[in-house]
Design a protein around this ligand. Structure first.
Ligand code: SAM
Ligand code: SF4
Ligand code: F3S
Length: 470
């Protein structure tokens, strides 16, 4: 069921006043010339986008940013709960800060993000890490200045966790990490409740941002030189479903695509159950949308897809993919897949392998099932030992590696338009990316970073292409 929500432009005077107060406090508290913050984000691009808002707020309070925590007056881990491994890394990194806090007791250590929306985790932090002074969940981002102010002035631990307010908060300042590649959230939360997934439990119900706000943010990004913009949401195809006078995701995409400029538009993630032919037609007809579709299939077995509550089967998935292949020449398909879901047999797993072979994905994000507290899958019988799951996982990587290598070598001799992104090392080689999201290594002056170039592909590795700028 879709719940009601509304948009509030509530990053208001009050929160801005807290930022001014933090600025004042930090003048007397900073260790160096300027207050320094270390912000480390785990997890998906939604979290990265939240991290950019936290940096936006801290910039307004006079902070500068460093990549190491050693000199920081404020340390924040923006956490991810999607798999156990992600959580373990956070516990390890927070544990490692004990000595730093002992040496510099004025340093404020904080935790936020998806992990903090789980009570058992917040309790563990409270018990085991008394030097963590501020903890807040994904629903409290817009109140960050107030919470930080309270932690700074009281010196007591501030925990803001039960704030499931179901609103879209606008007006939060942003400091983007990149100058030509950027994230643009179009919706928050998820209504799908896949049985393995913690995201709906920690991010709340689906809430779409208003179209006009998204369009003006997109225009602003394009005008200020962004060349590769990714629209973000856990299921972007659901965009607008629960908004007054809502437009569909395809309509939103077309409208953004009509903004003049030289840029690529991407989006993630699409859910196969809502991936319509209309959307594929929109991509095919667009000027700026990259010919790349990230469409997580999770499993090739219809039986397992049912247990996962994915609302599509193998046939429906392959139908969409084949339609996309027929309409978008050279479409690059990428996906997410889970190995070892509870009850999965080797026969089910073989169906995953055969789907991978049939689709020929450019690349895959591969995961071994990780039980998440509070999700139905964590309670399901899971008789396959993890050593066996690891064997299947390796087999899958091997199959995908062959496919990716074949796909890359088929591109030798072609010319690809690429966006030059970064230096690879110090040897004059730059990393670029095709519209289909394949890395291309090319020798070029670093002044070309952030520009589009045409590259003649001369050779290929297993996952990457190499070529010469023409
Ligand atoms: N909303 C997106 C979708 O439905 O495809 C992706 C969300 S999730 C952040 C990214 C990926 O993590 C999922 O596609 C899934 O493959 C994987 N994932 C989520 N929960 C998992 C779990 N409990 N164990 C292993 N992998 C998981
Ligand atoms: Fe998780 Fe499924 Fe929602 Fe994706 S669609 S975030 S996998 S519940
Ligand atoms: Fe992780 Fe939260 Fe994203 S759980 S994958 S950071 S939505």
């Amino acid at each position: 069921m879709i719940e009601k929500y509304s948009t509030v432009n509530d990053f208001d005077e009050a929160q801005n006043e807290y930022l001014d107060l933090i600025y004042e406090i930090m003048q007397g508290r900073k260790r160096g010339k300027k207050p320094i913050a270390f912000i480390h984000t785990y997890g998906c691009q939604q979290n990265v986008a939240d991290g950019e808002r936290i940096k936006g707020m801290l910039s307004k309070a006079g902070f500068e940013f460093e990549d190491e925590p050693d000199n920081a007056d404020f340390i924040l881990f923006n956490t991810c709960a999607v798999r156990e491994h992600a959580e373990d890394r956070v516990f390890g990194n927070v544990g490692a800060l004990k000595n730093l806090k002992r040496k510099f007791p004025d340093t404020l250590i904080a935790l936020c993000g998806c992990m903090m929306e789980q009570k058992h985790i917040a309790d563990r932090i409270y018990q085991s890490f008394p030097y963590v002074g501020l903890v807040f969940g994904t629903h409290s981002l817009h109140q960050f200045p107030e919470l930080m102010y309270k932690a700074l002035v009281t010196g007591k631990r501030v925990y803001a966790l039960d704030n499931d307010d179901n609103l879209v908060h606008e007006g939060i300042p942003i400091k983007r990490d990149g100058s030509f590649k950027g994230w643009l959230p179009i919706m928050y939360g998820c209504n799908n409740f896949c049985t393995y997934c913690i995201v709906p439990h920690v991010r709340g119900r689906e809430r779409s941002r208003e179209k006009d706000i998204i369009i003006s943010e997109a225009k602003e990004m394009i005008e200020s030189g962004y060349k590769d913009i990714t629209l973000l949401g856990q299921n972007v195809n659901s965009y607008g479903k629960n908004i007054k006078d809502g437009v569909s995701f395809s309509e939103l995409l077309s409208e953004i695509d009509s903004i003049n400029g030289d840029y690529w538009l991407r989006f993630m993630t699409s859910h196969p159950k809502d991936c319509t032919r209309e959307l594929i037609d929109t991509i095919a007809a667009s000027k700026h949308v990259s010919k790349h579709l990230h469409l997580p299939f999770q499993s090739g077995s219809s039986r397992i897809l049912k247990l996962m509550n994915r609302h599509y089967d193998r046939k429906k998935y392959l139908d969409i993919v084949n339609y996309a292949k027929s309409k978008i020449p050279d479409v690059s398909l990428t996906s997410d897949v889970i190995v070892g879901f509870p009850g999965e047999t080797y026969e089910d797993f073989k169906e995953t392998l055969s789907l991978i072979r049939e689709v020929e994905f450019t690349s895959l994000f591969t995961f071994i099932f990780s039980p998440r507290v509070g999700t139905p899958a964590a309670e399901m019988d899971d008789p396959i030992p993890s050593s066996e799951k690891s064997k299947w996982f390796k087999e899958l990587l091997y199959v995908q590696e062959e496919i990716a290598a074949k796909r890359c070598s088929s591109m030798i001799g072609t010319t690809q338009r690429v966006l030059i992104e970064s230096e690879k090392g110090k040897d004059g080689i730059l990393n670029a990316r095709t519209s289909g999201n394949i890395i291309v290594e090319t020798e070029a002056p670093k002044e070309l970073i952030g520009t589009f170039q045409n590259v003649a592909v001369t050779s290929a590795g297993r996952w990457i292409l190499r070529g010469k700028i023409i």
